[in-house]
Design a protein around this ligand. Structure first.
Ligand SMILES: Nc1ncnc2c1ncn2[C@@H]1O[C@H](COP(=O)(O)OP(=O)(O)OP(=O)(O)O)[C@@H](O)[C@H]1O
Ligand SMILES: [Mg+2]
Length: 247
């Protein structure tokens, strides 16, 4: 079976400085995979290569079996500092990728609005970003990313700006909605707990140059992780990952 998304031996250098080296990952349809690594190990650089913003110095990006190396616009990408446009309403912000792709504005707004309830944004269509809470803004940014995609989303630290309680809520919501829309997701995080709670698999990245050190599959299925962070299994994964990151 072909993977939904694959990178084959990706390396990226700036000048003679090698930032990432020989990165091969594979993600299947509907999978939620995280990339966990210390600051500066090249996670964002890898995303920039996958999304086509950078052409890697070596290696290929394969989407649905097709070589898309260096091509933008095929994979949706939520940047590390994703910002909604302050002077656009939420629905206009969310509809933006559809308009960029040539859909008439009215239809794009209607299409975007169809998903608002599902993303917990019902009633916010006409509001402006500053009128929403941080969690709601994040969900709006996620919805915009989703509408842009070929069903693959790259999310660079999507939840990092949230407090612990809001984070917990948005995690539960995220698991729920990803299940419904069968989105394939790769996300970057520094947060070990978050990686274990949300992922099917975790790639551990160490640098420099950044490389995939190992891959960890979480045994308990995503749908069965109520109070998972209180279990022995969770603690075991956490210990294992901390150990790997310290080496
Ligand atoms: N356009 C660029 N030109 C030169 N060096 C770059 C460029 N982009 C990134 N780098 C360097 O590559 C290294 C990795 O950066 P990158 O942003 O990919 O790390 P990261 O793992 O995403 O870190 P963080 O967790 O802090 O976001 C850094 O040392 C950075 O200075
Ligand atoms: Mg980064």
């Amino acid at each position: 079976m072909t993977h939904k998304l694959e990178t084959r031996d990706i390396s990226m250098s700036f000048g003679d400085r090698k930032i990432i080296e020989g990165i091969s990952i594979a993600v299947d349809q509907g999978e939620l995979v995280s990339l966990l690594g210390v600051s500066g190990s090249g996670k964002t650089t890898l995303f920039n290569c996958i999304s086509g913003i950078y052409r890697p110095t070596a290696g290929q990006v394969i989407l649905d079996g097709e070589d898309i190396t260096g091509t933008t616009g095929r994979i949706s990408y939520m940047l590390q500092k994703d910002l909604l446009f302050p002077y656009k309403t939420i629905v206009d912000n969310v509809a933006l990728p559809l308009i960029i792709r040539g859909m008439p504005a009215r239809r794009a707004r209607e299409r975007a609005a169809e998903h608002f309830d599902e993303f917990g944004l019902g009633g916010t269509e006409k509001l402006y970003p500053k009128q929403l809470s941080g969690g709601m803004r994040q969900r709006a940014a996620l919805l915009r990313t989703y509408l842009f995609s070929d069903n693959v989303a790259l999310l660079d630290e999507p939840f990092s700006a949230l407090d612990t309680i809001t984070k917990g809520k948005i995690h539960r919501w995220y698991l729920d909605v990803m299940e419904k829309i069968r989105l394939t997701t790769v996300f970057i995080t520094h947060d070990i707990n978050e990686a274990i709670l949300l992922s099917d698999r975790i790639y551990i990245m160490t640098g420099a140059p950044g490389q995939i050190r190992t891959e960890i599959r979480i045994r308990t299925p995503r749908g069965e992780r109520q109070e998972y962070d209180l279990t022995d299994e969770f603690m075991e994964y956490k210990r294992q990952i901390m150990h790997l990151l310290e080496q």
